[in-house]
Design a protein around this ligand. Structure first.
Ligand code: 13P
Ligand code: SF4
Length: 305
């Protein structure tokens, strides 16, 4: 409505006047993606933060995304419009979970998914995202004992794909868990020409039915390059905005009506406005943790490129 239009004008004015670089995830509300300077998957967001042309970055995403930017950019100011936008999967692993494993297997390599708190990254050896996890794991020594945290489904998917044993932690994403095998089979029957594109956070039986498994950016690229005209999408609904913009002639069907991440959706135009107006809330990671988490993240960037 008109109020949103005015709010967007105010946000764009504040953003310009205060030289703030806005980085958003594909799961953000459409209006937030539309005003961002950069929209990407979690890996691309981290790289965009590093390459930010401005000293103030606003991250429209969940807490681990803002923290990652803060860890990688110690000289910049990183803002979150909603500090309580958490990722339940990331919140389900603790430093102690990693230290207990390490005590048992001191020689192991701990690979942490980017969906982790900074203090967990600080006790991990290398970080990864769904877009680079396979590439990174392939570069680890064949005989290394690997502990993948915290997503059990991404971990077991990688173990299967690479044909190597990986110990996995037991957390998972409640949003991706909303896709049922029965419903997906129904959709496939109803739309026999549709390609099925899913995120590796989905249940293994869902991943097994997919034509493509990858990060949000991977799904977007696959759909854009594919000759197919119809797709069943197994990831959060926010991605439909970029899918539709890039592919106006293609049809996208969500694999479940409940593919909504409430934390991602808790970021609104009002909160972005206040965040820019007062330059709040600043994301601060204690230096001792930041420096250690940066090692795992910088190692990811080195191994991924
Ligand atoms: P991507 O890195 O694929 O964007 O995934 C982030 C995420 O939280 C998926 O649920
Ligand atoms: Fe976390 Fe799942 Fe939301 Fe991604 S979709 S941020 S993994 S809860």
């Amino acid at each position: 409505g008109l109020r949103d239009e005015l709010l967007i004008q105010d946000i764009l004015r504040l953003k310009r006047d205060k030289s703030v670089y806005i980085i958003a995830h594909y799961y953000q509300r459409e209006e937030i993606q539309a005003l961002a300077d950069f929209v990407g998957d979690s890996y691309a967001m981290a790289i965009a933060a590093k390459n930010s042309p401005h000293d103030i970055i606003l991250v429209a995403g969940v807490d681990f995304m803002a923290e990652t930017a803060a860890v990688l950019c110690p000289d910049k100011i990183v803002l979150t419009p909603e500090p309580e936008a958490t990722c339940p999967m990331a919140s389900n692993i603790s430093v102690n979970d990693v230290l207990c494993y390490k005590k048992k297997y001191p020689e192991s390599i701990v690979v942490c998914y980017v969906n982790t708190p900074a203090e967990v990254k600080a006790v991990s050896d290398i970080c990864c995202t769904s877009s680079n996890a396979a590439k990174i794991l392939q570069k680890l020594p064949d005989n290394a004992k690997v502990f993948f945290i915290p997503d059990q489904y991404l971990g077991s998917y990688l173990a299967g794909k690479l044909g190597r044993h990986i110990d996995v932690f037991s957390a998972s994403c409640p949003t991706h868990a909303s896709i049922s095998e029965e419903h997906l089979l129904q959709l496939k029957e109803q739309f026999p020409d549709a390609k099925v594109l899913v995120h590796p956070e989905c249940y293994p039986e869902i991943v097994a039915l997919a034509d493509y498994v990858g990060s949000t950016k991977g799904i977007l690229d696959y759909a854009t390059q594919s000759e197919s005209k119809i797709f069943i999408i197994g990831t959060e609904c926010g991605i439909l905005y970029s899918l539709g913009n890039n592919n106006p002639d293609k049809t996208f069907i969500l694999a479940s009506e409940e593919l909504i991440c409430p934390n991602m959706k808790s970021i609104t135009l009002d909160k972005v406005f206040y965040s820019l107006q007062y330059l709040q809330t600043r994301v601060v990671v204690p230096e001792e943790i930041r420096a250690k988490a940066a090692i795992a993240l910088e190692r990811m960037i080195e191994y991924a490129s």
